[in-house]
Design a protein. Structure first.
Length: 349
């Protein structure tokens, strides 16, 4: 294994979990800086942790990454594979790394991907993490790339829904991403002048939602209800359909928008339709903010590796890029605080 600050390190680079705009910006920065400044070599590991498990690779050099900054998704592919849920998974990762001649890993992902990275680091693998979650719910960083793009896409959709809602005097429900944290719903709902915003952190009362709907009509406006996919009703008020579990134990969510559509129409007598943005929020080119942030993260990751700061993740604090331990990075989710949700609530109805 290379010593601290050594040159000519051979890195494996992977992207895990859900894709989001900005992943290619990180890959581009890591490879370009690592190659030109330190003489490092890079191998692309395909489809998240499945790559190092099965030895799935692709070439990764400056020419490959030259024009990928504005491209959405990830050229490496992704998956929700968890080596620690597979027999001998961690050992297989290290065996494949040895076979490929890899000295270290750059893991780009959210709590699940970086949770695996943390465990591998504890097992002796040299790894640096880069935060990726479109939900913006990693507690150790102020913002993650992809979030700004998702909010902009959702806001534009809400703006468009307003005109259709007013034309047909309908209630329109817009479901956005957010399994455990409502950052996308909060930001896009506030920016899009929603009549009410529902987030996982604040269980909702369906009667209160219907009251806001009626208040909006009383003011002469057709209401827009923005809900996170993970929004939950107060206990005993509504039945929510569950789903299957993925490799990290998360329920595959679906149906909150449709549930609200039926309940609001039944309780208010107002024609209601739901729109689920789903993967539309993930796709397409990243915003300028996300291109810059992902680039800064990638550059900082290579500098962390050059300093031998294994087991760390780069993070945004204010306007600075800092390093935090993978343990801190994966310790807890960053949730919408009640006081911020209360600010949004001033405009409900």
């Amino acid at each position: 294994m290379p010593s601290e600050g050594s040159l000519d390190v051979k890195f494996g680079v992977l992207t895990g979990g859900g894709d989001c705009p900005g992943l290619n910006g990180v890959i581009r920065a890591v490879v370009t800086r690592g190659t030109t400044a330190y003489g490092h070599e890079f191998v692309g590991l395909r489809d998240g942790w499945k790559g190092p498990l099965e030895g799935l690779t692709m070439p990764l050099d400056v020419e490959v990454v030259r024009n990928i900054l504005p491209v959405g998704g990830t050229i490496l592919g992704s998956s929700r594979t968890n080596p620690y849920k597979i027999d001998s998974g961690p050992a297989r990762v290290q065996e494949q790394m040895a076979r490929l001649g890899l000295d270290a890993l750059v893991a780009i992902g959210g709590e699940d991907t970086l949770g695996v990275a943390k465990k591998l680091h504890d097992d002796g693998v040299q790894v640096v993490g880069v935060p990726k979650t479109i939900d913006n719910d990693l507690g150790a960083t102020d913002f993650t790339f992809g979030f700004d793009t998702a909010v902009n896409i959702a806001t534009e959709a809400i703006d468009r829904l307003h005109t259709t809602a007013d034309s047909h005097h309908r209630v329109l429900v817009c479901e956005v991403m957010g399994r455990h944290a409502g950052w996308i719903a909060l930001h896009s709902g506030m920016a899009g002048s929603a009549s009410v915003i529902l987030i996982p952190e604040q269980p909702f009362d369906i009667d209160s939602v219907c009251d806001y709907v009626q208040q909006s009509y009383a003011k002469g406006h057709a209401p827009i209800v923005v809900t996170s996919e993970g929004a939950v009703p107060k206990e005993g008020t509504l039945s929510v359909k569950g789903g299957d579990l993925d490799a990290f134990g998360h329920v595959r969510l679906s149906g909150m928008g449709q549930l609200l559509e039926g309940e609001i129409e039944k309780r208010t007598g107002r024609e209601t339709r739901s729109t689920v943005l789903g993967h539309i929020q993930r796709g397409g080119s990243p915003t300028a903010f996300d291109r810059v942030l992902s680039t800064r993260f990638g550059l900082a990751a290579i500098e962390a590796a050059a300093d031998g700061a294994w087991g760390t993740m780069v993070a945004l604090r204010g306007t600075d890029i800092v390093r935090v331990s993978l343990s801190e990075a994966t310790a807890e989710l960053k949730l919408v605080p009640p006081e911020l949700y209360a600010q949004a609530g001033v405009f409900f109805g």
